[in-house]
Design a protein around this ligand. Structure first.
Ligand SMILES: [Zn+2]
Ligand SMILES: [Zn+2]
Length: 236
């Protein structure tokens, strides 16, 4: 029970942060001069998106708590892994989840039926704000959880158990990256990380509705030739 509750608290804290960041962007005009797209947000954008975002938050709380409760014996709660184990478990989780996201996201765009009935909802946001990473059709939201699940299964197959800390840090990293990718604000230091998917990278996907299907990284877009370059060359 303790592991499931702590994991849920990590997720809840990220959701609270996403609300705070969205308030800063929408109402406090935080870094307005760094907006990637010059147009203003519609006044009712926040109240319009909140019902679906709230439903998805509820879904992830239920899914995270129930699955971590059922599978709690597979996780090591006490102690921190050695740095080698931490890095390998983190990278396995990270790369498998990222590959799944690319495959799923590109499929949504390649198959008109999936775009029309599922992914179109997320693209209502042509100029996204931080909470928009959860403004997706609930089915897309649930399918997105397959990536982390596959990452955890792969770690279990190699190690038998997974430390809680790589999981929690990955949950934090994944949420922070998604809120930044949807912030609508130009990337700062992340533009120098070469392979990380920046806010410019994903914002361009929203404004052009094609290319840049990767989330955390640009790796899969570079390998499969689906990257759109223009925004990365834009002047900051
Ligand atoms: Zn898309
Ligand atoms: Zn998006």
């Amino acid at each position: 029970m303790k592991f499931a509750l702590l994991s849920l608290m990590v997720q809840i804290s990220m959701n609270i942060l996403a609300f705070g960041y969205s308030w800063l962007v929408l109402y406090a005009k935080f870094r307005k001069e760094a907006a990637i797209q010059p147009k203003d947000y519609k006044e009712d954008v926040f109240p319009n998106r909140i019902p679906l975002i709230s439903l998805n938050i509820l879904l992830i709380w239920l899914f995270a708590f129930s699955s971590f409760y059922v599978f709690q014996d597979f996780f090591i709660l006490e102690g921190f892994p050695g740095i080698g184990v931490f890095v390998i478990q983190f990278l396995m989780f990270f790369l498998i989840d990222d590959a799944w996201f690319y495959l799923m996201h590109r499929s949504f765009h390649e198959f008109p039926f999936l775009m029309q009935h599922i992914h179109k909802r997320h693209h209502t946001a042509s100029k996204p704000f931080p909470l928009d990473y959860m403004y997706v059709h609930p089915l897309e939201w649930m399918l997105g959880m397959i990536g982390p699940a596959l990452g955890i299964v792969a770690i279990m197959l190699v190690y038998g158990q997974m430390y809680a800390w790589p999981l929690w840090i990955m949950i934090m990293f994944r949420n922070l990256h998604e809120m930044q990718a949807h912030s609508g604000l130009r990337a700062t230091w992340t533009r120098y990380t070469v392979l990380l998917g920046t806010s410019d990278h994903h914002d361009h996907h929203h404004s052009k509705l094609k290319g840049n299907f990767g989330s955390i990284t640009r790796i899969w877009d570079l390998i499969f030739g689906t990257e759109i370059e223009e925004k990365r060359k834009a002047k900051s």
